[in-house]
Design a protein around this ligand. Structure first.
Ligand code: AMP
Length: 432
């Protein structure tokens, strides 16, 4: 016997009724993005490996150990072998597309959003998968279009607060920080490197490596024993230059004016190399260890790092899987989707007429389940009772007279309804 195949570790099937929640989240996101004048971008699921190495950064966990990368062999002499990677995040792809299509030439800010799968070879656990879906957005453009303005940061954060509110997610926390300009970060890196020398011997092996390769990343460490040491390290706020301090102050002032609560988290430097100035995360207590609902920040040098023109920007990515988990925990039981009516043909010879009736009603916007005339009536009633608010019986007499028998389960009421009035009748709720 052959081995039964299962979905690959870290991937999952999404089934109804849960997919209804996914669709609701995506519809809400699209509606909020539209009101802020964002347009959708869809980039390929795989890209040249070099794109991620140069944007996310060689030294990050994502690039150094989590990417799904393969050599794509040349199929013709005119083709070259190319290293390709399933996208671990979408900002790099969006910025690549911005450069490739010369979107900066318009002189306008580009406001782009995406919804789609991302891939990282992480250790799977609740809220962490190897294929997961992100909803994200980017505001990017030439400096002359105002892309560096702190107002853009505040507007993105205010939009996120609106989106979470409209999704019905309560109890989130916005954590905010500034990692300064590239020069500020370089200065802070040196300060941190020096401060780590006397203490790093007592830290985890990852931190010992990071202290040499990329000291900033020590601040992301989650190992409990390292925390008291990290808490005593110098903070980046003290390494920011005047312009970065003023930028951050303008972001927080605008948030305060809009009534968006936030807390400053000095350790929030985020895992990716491309961040400058504002960095943020929205967290939720209900998520456990993987508590970040979304993360993002400003990336003023990213376009240039991958060979494009100067194009400052700010963006975020939210984990759709984690939004679903949060909403499922909040809504005690997901409401079962109930169809408006179940059509029960009496005998197989009524099946064709039942399909025609179902078509008529569905075209009028009703949600209809179609039974089968080979079922006994008792079986149709049982099936209907599980899925539908009402059952419509269609036999030879009903077809001839055009008067149908409808039973409403909630009230037990049985009525005769003419075919012409059936759609209107089925649209009323059971108690009407
Ligand atoms: P990042 O690109 O790492 O900042 O991730 C942005 C958001 O994507 C996080 O806040 C999570 O909500 C979500 N996310 C990242 N990695 C995963 C994963 N492996 N599984 C599920 N969600 C993830």
């Amino acid at each position: 016997m052959s081995r039964t195949l299962k979905a690959v570790r870290g991937t999952r099937d999404l089934l109804p009724p849960e997919t209804a929640l996914w669709n609701r989240i995506e519809a809400t996101a699209r509606s909020v993005f539209a009101r802020y004048n964002f347009g959708e971008i869809r980039t390929p699921i795989f890209e040249d490996t070099g794109l991620f190495a140069r944007s996310v950064g060689e030294e990050t966990d994502i690039v150094s150990k989590e990417m799904y990368t393969w050599e794509d062999r040349a199929r013709a002499q005119s083709e070259k072998t190319q290293s390709l990677t399933l996208r671990p995040e979408n900002t790099a792809g969006v910025v690549r597309a911005y450069i490739e299509h010369q979107l900066g030439e318009t002189g306008q800010l580009q406001k782009l959003y995406y919804i789609g799968p991302q891939f990282r070879r992480e250790r799977p656990q609740k809220g962490r998968y190897r294929q997961f879906s992100q909803i994200g957005a980017e505001v990017i453009g030439p400096p002359s279009a105002g892309s560096e303005s702190p107002l853009r940061d505040a507007e993105v954060l205010e939009m996120l607060a609106t989106l979470l509110d409209e999704l019905g997610i309560t109890g989130w926390t916005l954590e905010l920080n500034s990692v300064g300009s590239a020069a500020d970060r370089a200065r802070y890196n040196e300060t941190l490197r020096a401060a780590l020398v006397p203490v790093v011997g007592q830290m985890c092996v990852d931190c010992q490596r990071r202290a040499i390769t990329n000291p900033l990343r020590v601040l992301d460490c989650k190992v409990p024993a390292d925390q008291p040491i990290i808490d005593k390290l110098p903070v980046i706020a003290d390494s920011l230059d005047q312009a970065s301090v003023a930028h951050f102050a303008a972001v927080t002032a605008a948030l305060e004016a809009a009534g968006i609560p936030y807390t400053r988290n000095n350790r929030l430097v985020r895992g990716l190399d491309y961040y400058t100035r504002t960095t943020f995360e929205f967290t939720h207590g209900g998520l456990g260890a993987q508590n970040a609902l979304l993360g993002g920040g400003r990336y003023d040098g990213l376009s240039e790092a991958i060979g494009g023109p100067r194009a400052p920007g700010i963006g975020f990515a939210m984990g759709e899987d984690r939004l679903v988990l949060t909403l499922q925990a909040q809504e005690s039981a997901a409401p079962q989707v109930v169809v408006d009516a179940f059509i029960a043909p009496l005998g197989e010879e009524m099946n064709a007429a039942a399909l025609a009736l179902a078509r008529e009603l569905r075209r009028q916007g009703l949600r209809i389940e179609l039974g089968d005339g080979s079922f006994r009536l008792k079986k149709s009633f049982e099936a209907a009772d599980k899925t539908a608010r009402r059952i419509v019986i269609l036999g030879e007499d009903e077809l001839q007279s055009g008067i149908l028998t409808v039973k409403t389960f909630a009230t037990g009421m049985q009525s005769k309804v003419s075919r012409a009035e059936l759609a209107a009748y089925l649209s009323t709720t059971a108690s009407e």
